[in-house]
Design a binder for this molecule. Sequence first.
Ligand SMILES: [Zn+2]
Length: 106
Amino acid sequence: MRCTCGQEIQANWTYCPYCGENIGVEIITPSKAGSKKRIGLLSKDYYVRMSAIKKASPRAYESWTPEEEQKLINLYKEGVTIKEIAEKLQRQKGAVTSRLKKIGER
Ligand SMILES: [Zn+2]
């Protein structure tokens, strides 16, 4: 499903991690006691975590463009550290290393 902001979101999220929109989907799961329990909290935690990540690395979880990938390869070949590459590309260090592995540069 998609949020009004156009981002792909999971059906069980109550918040859109991209724009913060309250999706308004209330997931009700029957608990063992037979009463109904909301499971919106997890999504909210996820949203809070995601916001913090996005604040530090605005491009985190965005798909890589070919230009960006080329930039990544060039920087890596120039000997720029992963930390600096991550800062330049506004991504997380983990994302940079896994991308390098994926494209066979590391
Ligand atoms: Zn949204």
